[in-house]
Design a protein around this ligand. Structure first.
Ligand SMILES: Nc1ncnc2c1ncn2[C@@H]1O[C@H](COP(=O)(O)OP(=O)(O)OP(=O)(O)O)[C@@H](O)[C@H]1O
Ligand SMILES: [Mg+2]
Length: 567
């Protein structure tokens, strides 16, 4: 059934009145929680407090379980977060692209003058900044809407690599198959789009002894991996790793991937906006994970158990065939408030950490794979309608991108996940932050496991070192120390720091989408893609053993050999 044929989703109900997050947050805080003035990350566990949330929510898990929200759960809005979200989500260079360099210089010069007359209190400062950011967002959004995503094409050689066949085999196959995609000639080279690559997969699968080699789709009895990219620290490449992993699974394995953006900063959403289901950035009315988890009240109940069909509609089509997204926006932060409310109301039959897990399981149990990769071709031609519907009939995995925090909402994500990938930078203080996150999460899980026998994260879990400076001894020391002490938990393949990635993010693209326009940029981004392929292959080898392509092994050989040469 297509999404259009389904009944429209019920309108979101906002129990806190006007659709203004600050107003609602204020009401919630004053009605339910004693507010204390306290910084988001400023916390300690001397009185049994286990964590601090995105809004500075801090709570003792035990006390939640027995008596729900009480005076020990205190909450303040965290103004730093919304500022950070804007600056992180929309790098300033990109907004500046709208202007010529001269115009930019003029604006910068004028603003230096304006800076000398600025005055007022924090509220005025924030009001002005917020107004300016709104205007900047309008222009950024316009840029994004006007642009079509994935203009990128790939050569026959590159397609052969994605398909894991030799280029000679693919060329021969192309000649023999009437329905092989036309592609387009750029100079003397024949290039193909992402949709044409999926078409090739269907053709190859129909002719193969092992059709699943070309479309690594889930079989009816296979589990549904739910893979979380989480860490409490900000800026550790969670979103980059999550988005690149999703795209890698599509490019290299033809998988159908559901991306869930759990971060109000919407970084993962930015990677995927531009498709049929999400042509422009989501508004506050676009259903997000908070809706998917059923956290809003309805007329009859304090939360909403959406049907599997309704849940499926929350996954919006991107321009990547088979990749769908549950996007995020500023309102996604309301998940925390809603869970706090539900913790307080304690509705029967639902524990506060199971909202997302229950929803995912309900969706999963009604979206069992039925089409097999070998039945997409009839009389030598790809049945396009069948391929289209197979690409949306189910998902082969779900990937969740977290906000940098450990909150009740994030805890719901962890409980829903089968695998946790912790992207983590390797600077001096970073290991201490990591330890805080790991111990905090461990404490929460142990509390839950005391009360309920529940299988949590029984897939592969791993720490992924990120933004590693290969010339920095401290970074490499940290990794080798970690690998020595946790050889099974830490990936020996990691993301190296690369200046090239900023060229791609300037145009809101991943390294996989980005087509460099100069040889220098091309070399840089190709190197990053090689690195990303290796990291993603390493993650694949742990989650789907046997599906790996050898990119991780190859990268390690090169990396450690280069290192020996450098030494
Ligand atoms: N390997 C890398 N080399 C250089 N820069 C990188 C690399 N990986 C990520 N970055 C940059 O680091 C910044 C943070 O990346 P990203 O948004 O993925 O992190 P995050 O952990 O999701 O952040 P947040 O905690 O805010 O959600 C981005 O500007 C990104 O382009
Ligand atoms: Mg992020």
């Amino acid at each position: 059934m297509t999404a259009a044929a389904l009944t429209p989703l019920p309108t979101k109900q906002h129990p806190f009145g006007p659709h203004d997050p600050q107003a609602r947050l204020g009401q919630t805080l004053s009605s339910q929680m004693p507010a204390i003035v306290r910084g988001d990350r400023d916390w300690h566990d001397d009185d049994g407090v286990l964590f601090v949330g995105h809004y500075g929510l801090r709570t003792n898990l035990e006390c939640i379980q027995e008596s729900s929200l009480d005076s020990r759960l205190r909450c303040i809005p965290d103004p730093n977060h919304s500022l950070k979200s804007h600056s992180n989500a929309f790098p300033s260079q990109t907004a500046q692209n709208r202007y010529s360099i001269d115009q930019n210089r003029h604006i910068i010069r004028s603003s230096r003058m304006a800076g000398t007359v600025m005055s007022g209190n924090l509220e005025q400062f924030l009001t002005e900044l917020s107004r300016g950011l709104d205007k900047t967002m309008v222009s950024v959004n316009k840029e994004m809407t006007l642009r079509t995503r994935i203009q990128r094409t790939w050569s026959m050689r590159q397609c052969a690599r994605f398909l894991n066949v030799s280029v000679i085999y693919l060329q021969k196959f192309a000649k023999q198959s009437d329905d092989f995609p036309e592609g387009e000639y750029v100079g003397r080279e024949r290039v193909f789009t992402i949709a044409e690559l999926m078409h090739m997969r269907a053709l190859l699968a129909a002719n193969a002894k092992r059709p699943y080699d070309y479309l690594a789709w889930r079989k009816p009895d296979d589990p549904l991996p739910v893979i979380s990219f989480a860490s409490q620290k900000g800026g550790t490449a969670k979103s980059l790793s999550a988005a690149h992993f999703a795209q890698y699974l599509s490019l290299h394995h033809g998988m159908r991937v559901g991306v869930m953006d759990a971060d109000p900063q919407s970084t993962a959403t930015l990677y995927f906006v531009g498709g049929e289901g999400l042509p422009a950035m989501p508004t506050e009315d676009t259903p997000s994970m908070v809706d998917f988890a059923g956290l809003f009240a309805n007329e009859d109940a304090p939360y909403t158990d959406y049907s599997a069909e309704e849940l499926d509609q929350f996954f919006l089509q991107t321009q990547w065939p088979g990749i769908r997204i549950v996007p995020a926006h500023g309102e996604t932060s309301e998940g925390e408030i809603q869970i706090a409310r539900l913790v307080s109301e304690r509705p029967k039959g639902k524990t506060f950490y199971r909202y997302l897990r229950d929803a995912v399981e309900r969706w999963r149990d009604h979206h069992i794979p039925s089409t097999t990769p070998s039945e997409l071709v009839v009389d030598g031609l790809v049945d396009r309608a069948k391929l289209e519907s197979a690409l949306t009939e189910t998902l082969d995995c779900i990937i969740i991108d977290y906000q940098p925090a450990l909150t009740l909402f994030q805890l719901n994500n962890v409980i829903a996940s089968t695998s946790l990938v912790i992207p983590q930078t390797m600077k001096g203080f970073d290991i201490a932050t990591l330890s805080t996150f790991v111990n905090g999460l461990l404490g929460m899980l142990q509390q839950i496991l005391k009360n309920e026998r529940i299988d949590i994260g029984s897939g592969a879990n791993m720490l992924l070192p990120t933004i590693v400076q290969r010339t920095n001894n401290q970074d490499l020391n940290q990794i080798s120390n970690l690998l020595e002490h946790c050889p099974a938990e830490v990936l020996p393949v990691f993301y190296l720091r690369s200046d090239s990635i900023s060229n791609a993010s300037d145009v809101y693209q991943s390294a996989y989408e980005y087509q460099a326009d100069t040889p220098g940029k091309r070399k840089g981004i190709d190197r990053f893609v090689e690195n990303a392929d290796a990291v993603n292959d390493a993650i694949v080898s742990r989650i789907w053993p046997g599906l790996e392509r050898g990119y991780a092994e190859q990268w390690m050989d090169d990396f450690y050999q280069d290192d020996e040469e450098d030494a």
